[in-house]
Design a binder for this molecule. Structure first.
Ligand SMILES: [Zn+2]
Length: 286
């Protein structure tokens, strides 16, 4: 199978995992794809050009001796970037009141001083989904893929676990590739999203998730979490440094604090007999 055929097979797989696939389909139509099939290393890049209308570009370099699974991982990673790339030329959509940020991509945020945050988080989510895609398409155990990727692409295996924990922090159902990425289900005749983080990433309304997170943790704490993920992910040293252990501990304690506050709020609400908890996927009920 040629690189081009592999790429389009993965794109079709991602399309099949979207309830609303129109935007991604359009991005694929606008995409300029270049695949170099005899490169020294396998890697890729995804770019959006907003200066003259809108166009997308993916460049893939494939080393032919690299395992097919790793090639699929790299292709899927870039396709998930494409899924999260902006569609708005002005880039000032999805304002979030708790940290004064806007969507730069569906995951990366832009503040009023033109500073970005969340870039590492976006990389981690693209990695996470790419690992899940290889697992689903090639039937390879998750831990095997995670370790292969960590060895080849200089990632820490813990990044996968952290992303998994984060994605499932506010969710009705544990995220699974068996469902759609923007899965919606009905409960007591009410429409609800299965996984609030993934739903808002895919549909470009992450501010809903951030507001939920900040309402539990305090305004601006989502940004602090993202900046901690930046410090953790950008340190590529394979061995865990002292700083790494400290940051990892902080991130884990933040997740724990979120869970505690969320449970407290839910039980307080139940005691007062009030409707829907603040921090749950129920926030998106219509
Ligand atoms: Zn990337």
């Amino acid at each position: 199978m040629t690189g081009n055929e592999k790429f389009h097979r993965i794109a079709q797989f991602i399309l099949s995992k979207l309830n609303n696939s129109f935007v991604f389909q359009k991005k694929l139509e606008l995409l300029k794809l270049t695949i170099i099939e005899d490169a020294k290393y396998t890697n890729g890049g995804c770019q959006t050009d907003l200066s003259n209308g809108i166009s997308y570009e993916i460049l893939l370099k494939i080393k032919p001796d690299d395992p097919v699974d790793y090639q699929i991982f790299v292709m899927a990673h870039e396709l998930y970037h494409l899924l999260f790339e902006p569609i708005n030329v002005l880039c000032i959509t999805d304002y979030c009141v708790t940290d004064n940020s806007f969507a730069f991509t569906n995951i990366v945020r832009l503040d009023k001083n033109n500073c970005l945050y969340g870039e590492s988080l976006q990389e981690m989510v693209c990695d996470y989904l790419a690992v899940k895609t290889v697992n689903y398409m090639q039937r390879i155990p998750l831990n095997e893929i995670v370790n292969n990727v960590a060895g080849k692409a200089l990632r820490k295996p813990e990044q996968y676990m952290l992303t998994d924990e984060l994605i499932n922090l506010v969710s009705k159902h544990k995220f699974s590739m068996k469902n759609k990425l923007d899965e919606i289900f009905y409960e007591d005749d009410k429409r609800s999203v299965a996984n609030l983080f993934m739903y808002t990433c895919v549909t470009g309304c992450l501010s809903t998730f951030i507001s939920n997170y900040d309402s539990c943790m305090g305004n601006g704490w989502w940004r602090i979490l993202c900046e901690s993920l930046d410090s953790y992910a950008k340190n590529f040293l394979p061995s865990q440094s002292k700083d790494d252990t400290k940051i990892l501990k902080f991130i884990k304690s933040e997740f724990e604090r979120f869970r505690l506050v969320q449970n407290k709020e839910i039980s307080a609400l139940l005691k007062e007999n009030l409707p829907a908890p603040v921090c749950s996927a129920a926030a998106l009920n219509t």
